[in-house]
Design a protein around this ligand. Sequence first.
Ligand SMILES: O=C(O)C(=O)C[C@]1(C(=O)O)C=C[C@@H](O)C=C1
Length: 608
Amino acid sequence: MFPIYPGQCRKDASFNLGVGCSLLYLIAASKNELTKMGELQKQMETLLQNVKGELKTKDAMSKAIESDVTLAYSTTDRQEGSNSNDRLSFQSQTTSIALTDSETTIVSQQEEYVEGIDELEAEFEAELERLQIHLDGENSLKPSQQQGIRVTVEDTASNRSCSLSFREAIDPQNSGTEVHCGVPPTELERRLHELLEARQQERIKELEAALERAMLKLREKEAEISWWKDTARLLSHHVPGSSSLSSHHNPRTEAHRGSVAHKSEMRRRSCQSRGHWAEVELVKGKFLNLDGCFMWTEDTVPIYHLRAFPSLPAGSPTATASEFKLSPTDEREREREKKKKKKKILLTMSVLLLILFLVSHGGVRRNTTAMALSEHKSAKEPTLDSVRDSLIRQEDTIIYGLIERARFPINSLTYDQSYAKIPGFSGSLVEFVSRETEALQAKILYPPAASVNINKSIWDAYFDKLLALLAAPGDDGNYASTAASDLVCLQQIRLLDLQALSRRIHYGKLVAEVKFRESSKDYEPAIRAQDRDALMKLLTFESVEEMVKKRVAKKAMVFGQQVTLNNSTNDNHGKCKVDPSFVSRLYGEWIMPLTKLVQVEYLLRRLD
Ligand SMILES: O=C(O)C(=O)C[C@]1(C(=O)O)C=C[C@@H](O)C=C1
C-alpha cells in the first residue's frame, strides 16, 4: 500500500499533471494506432473477399465453358452418330473442330469461349511466359508431332453418353482413328485455370498471413493500451493528488460503482491476505459500503491507518472518515518519520549547495586577495597606512558575515558530533562541511591538498567564545545554513586565509612585515631574543585599537539596519541585525588580539 500524505499534494501537483498529460497523450496515440489497424484489417478483409469472389466468378466461368464444350461435342457426336464413328479429333489447333470420317466441319465456337477467358489470358500472360519452355515445346511441335486429344465417345444402346478424355498423344502416327490436333482451348483454359488457381491460392495465403500479422499487431496494441490504462490507474491510485486527473463521479451512481468496485478488488485482495479487516489503509473522504466491502470514492486525499476495523454489514449507508477512529500512535509515528525524511533530504541538498557556494565564494575571494596583494605590489612598498586601509575595508566583509550568521540561533546540533552521524566520518556537521569544502577546493583550486591547513586557534575561538555572543540561543533546524554562514565568517582554510575573520587575522603578517621594515632596529633585538611580550608591546597601538572598536560598532549599526520603503512606520527603529556592541567586543577581545598574535608569531620567525 502506498500512503498518501497531504503535504505532498501541492509539490506533486505539477508532476501529476505532467504524468497525466503524457498518459493521455500516449493513450490518444495508441487509440489512433488502433483505429488505423482496424482500418487496415477491414481493407484486407475486403480485398480477401474480392479475391475470393473473383475466383468464384472465374470458376463459374470455366465451368460454363466446359459445359459448352461438352454440349458442342455432344451435338457433334449426335450429328455423326449415324456414321457410327467413335472418334472425334481436332484438326485445327485453334479454330475448328473436324470429324475425321465425315465432311462435316464444325465451325469452332472457340471465340465465344475465348471471350470469356480473354481476361484470364491477359492476366496470366506473365505466367504463360514463364511456362514458355513448356508451351513452346507444345507450340513448336510439327503437325505429325502435335499433341493430340483423344476423344472417346462411348456409345451405348440405351444411352449415348459422351466422355471426353484429354491426354497427350502417345503415338500420333499410331492409328488412323487418332486424330492429331493443336492444344484445344479447353486444355488451354484448364491450364490457365490451374495457374490462376495456384496464383490465387498463393495470394490468398499471402493475404491471410498479412491479416494474421495485422491481427497480431492489433493484439499487441490492445495489450499496450491496456498496460497504459493499468499504469494510469495505478498512478492515479498511488500518486497523491492525481485523483484530480480522473473524472469525478457520484459515488452513488452505478457508473461510479463500477469504477470503485475495480479499485476495491485490489484492496480486497490485500485485506484478505492479511485476514479480515485487521489492518487496512483507508483513504480519507467519503466511504461507501458495497456488498459488505469497504469502498472509497475517487476524491480521496490522505491515508490513515486503521487498526482492527470491523467490516461493515452489506448495504450500510455511506460513512465518512471522521466516523472512524484513527490510531494516534500510527499517526504520530508517521508524521515523525515524514519530518525526519524531509529533514534529511533538505540537509543533504543544503550541504551540497553549501559546498558549491563555498567553493565558488572561495574562488572569488581568492581573486580578491590576489588583487589586494597586487595592489601592494604595484605600489611597490606597502606602508602602515596602506595596510591599515586594507584592514578597514575588510571590516565591511566581516560585519556582513556576522550579520548573516546572526540570522540563525546557535543551532548547537550543527556542532554536535553525535548528531551528524555521517557514514565514514566522525565529527560535527560543520566539520564535515568544512572538510568536504576543503577537499573540493583542494581538488578544484589547489592541487597540493597537503598544503590545506586548518587554523585551530581561530576555529576554537570562534566556537568557544564568539558564537555564544553572536547568535541567540535556540534551535530552528537550519543546521546546514548555520554551518554555511559559520564557514563564511570563519573561512578557516589556510589557503583562503585572507578571507573574512581569518583573512583579517592572517593579514597581521603583512602588517608585521611593514612594521618590521619601517622599524627593524626596534624589532630585531626582540626577535633575536624571541621575546614575545616585547614584540607584543612594540606592535600594539592602543589608540588605533580604540578607533577600530568604535568604527566597527558604527558600521554594524549602519549595515545592520532594517531597510524598508515605508518611512512612516518606525517599527524597525533601533533594531539591528547584529548587535554593534557585540561587534566592538569581538574586535577588541578576539579579532585584534589574534591579529597581534599572528604578528608576533610572524616576527619571531622573521630573521630565520
Ligand atoms: O594597525 C595596526 O598597527 C595593527 O597592527 C592592526 C591592529 C588591528 O588588529 O587592528 C593590531 C594591533 C594594533 O594594536 C592596532 C591595530
